[in-house]
Design a protein around this ligand. Structure first.
Ligand code: FES
Length: 102
């Protein structure tokens, strides 16, 4: 069965001081952990996939999260934003506009 939605969390880690920065250096691991916890709590793994990803581009605005099939890009995501993304986007189908990449 194909998933309803697929959430990719960039986990790329560059060394401290690297000119491009990285989602890993900006706290992506704790964002991934928050998603895993929320998926577990809400039973989201039944219909959705959660995958750690490599660099997707907007490194200095990380952590970057992309949700398909809509192709919504979220930037500067913190663990506090994760319940809202899960509730609004994954459960109710409404992306969280304030976190979208412009
Ligand atoms: S390191 Fe995450 S988008 Fe590049």
């Amino acid at each position: 069965m194909k998933p309803a939605r697929h959430v990719f969390v960039c986990l790329n880690q560059r060394p401290e001081g690297h000119p491009r920065g990285s989602c890993g250096a900006l706290g992506a691991k704790s964002v991934m952990e928050a998603f895993a916890g929320e998926f577990e709590k809400r039973g989201l793994f039944e219909k959705n996939l959660l995958t750690g990803a490599g660099c997707m581009g907007p490194c200095d605005q990380g952590p970057t999260v992309v949700v398909y099939p809509e192709g919504v890009w979220y930037v500067r995501v913190t663990p506090k934003d994760v319940p809202e993304i899960c509730e609004s986007h994954l459960v109710n189908g409404t992306p969280v506009a304030r976190l979208e990449l412009r």
